[in-house]
Ligand binder design. Structure first.
Ligand SMILES: [Zn+2]
Ligand SMILES: [Zn+2]
Ligand SMILES: [Zn+2]
Length: 337
């Protein structure tokens, strides 16, 4: 089991695995991938039963014939059963560890790099994200669904190298999202415009940090990038949530990701990275709370290559030191596109 504890000083939530006896030794351990990959087609019995799959007609669940397959994480950080309880512990605050932790297996073939999947297959992965968010947002206990990808040990990836991503459905909206929502709401109240739409328009005019523009998307190296080669992918159409992305946009994002991830791979020699989908929280349990969210929030994908370690000053201050200006990043990546 796990508990979701709130830091009352900073309003950040921490998932504490209360029954775990394992002490991580990531700094000492050379981790080896399993001898037989459990994510390959034909090895379906080695994972928990599937929750969802895009598969060919007349094929059976947990059998080959799928293109993208979603299974529960074998070691979930949150569990789906149970009631959402919030309780005080002295001056502290916790909620029960209710949630969902799913693994999205991005290909039936043993491919390790996202860009090697090809644009069409990547689109199927994003189509799956949308289906899972729509399904999990039916459940009022889940306040937020965070879709993310860890690639490489330095980015926190497991020992399974087969291309996959994850999602965690949370009983509380994460602080990072809350601060983006609050910033967007404040800007909207002042200017009556979406801050993200304004950033996109400004960057397209300036061009120096634009890495790629396609029919539906813009890829930017953000003005105040915290990390070297940090990238943001925005839909050009004002869209608050990934829930309402269109099939055309899904088709286009496969192409965008394929080109961008290949350019990062070539420029940084196969870097570890994380990407994170920032979409709207589940509005079902909190009607009236974020009344303007459809107007003021704008979903996006954040890509963070993990090529520089975070030091004490950065941890302690939240001031990041970035040795690669985003203008340089845009120039370098455009050469490889
Ligand atoms: Zn595999
Ligand atoms: Zn917008
Ligand atoms: Zn964001």
């Amino acid at each position: 089991m796990s508990e979701v504890r709130r830091d009352i000083l900073t309003d950040t939530w921490v998932i504490v695995l209360t029954e775990s006896t394992e002490i991580p030794m990531d700094h000492r351990t050379l981790r080896k991938p399993p001898a037989v990959c459990p994510f390959d087609a034909g090895h379906e019995s080695q994972t928990p039963p599937e929750i969802f799959a895009l598969r060919s007609d007349h094929t059976l669940p947990n059998q080959p014939g799928w293109q993208v397959r979603v299974v529960p994480n074998k070691n979930p950080v949150l569990r789906i059963e149970g009631k959402l309880n919030r309780e005080g512990v002295g001056i502290h605050d916790k909620v029960s560890g209710i949630g969902a932790n799913e693994v999205i297996i991005e290909t039936p073939e043993h491919i390790t790099n996202l860009h090697s999947l090809g644009a069409q297959q990547i689109s199927l992965v994003f189509k799956t994200y949308q289906a899972r968010i729509l399904d999990l947002y039916q459940d009022k206990r889940f306040r937020y669904v965070l879709v993310f990808k860890d690639y490489g040990a330095l980015a926190g990836a497991s020992t399974i190298e087969h291309s996959h991503s994850q999602l965690i459905a949370l009983p509380a909206t994460p602080q990072q999202i809350k601060s983006e929502l609050a910033g967007a709401k404040a800007y909207f109240e002042y200017k009556e415009r979406c801050i993200f739409c304004d950033i996109i328009a400004n960057e397209l005019e300036d061009q120096s940090r634009v890495v790629l523009e396609t029919s539906h998307f813009v890829v930017l190296a953000p003005y105040a990038s915290r990390f070297p080669f940090e990238l943001l992918i925005f839909p050009k159409r004002h869209t608050y949530s990934f829930e309402i992305v269109t099939p055309d946009e899904i088709a286009n994002i496969g192409e965008v990701l394929q080109r961008i991830m290949k350019a990062l791979y070539d420029t940084l020699s196969d870097p570890p990275y994380n990407y994170i989908l920032h979409t709207s929280p589940n509005r079902l349990p909190q009607r009236g709370y974020w009344l303007t969210i459809q107007d003021d929030f704008h979903w996006h994908l954040e890509i963070i290559p993990r090529v520089k370690r975070t030091d004490g000053f950065e941890w302690g201050s939240g001031f990041f030191i970035n040795p690669v200006p985003p203008e340089t990043v845009a120039l370098k990546l455009k050469e490889k596109l």
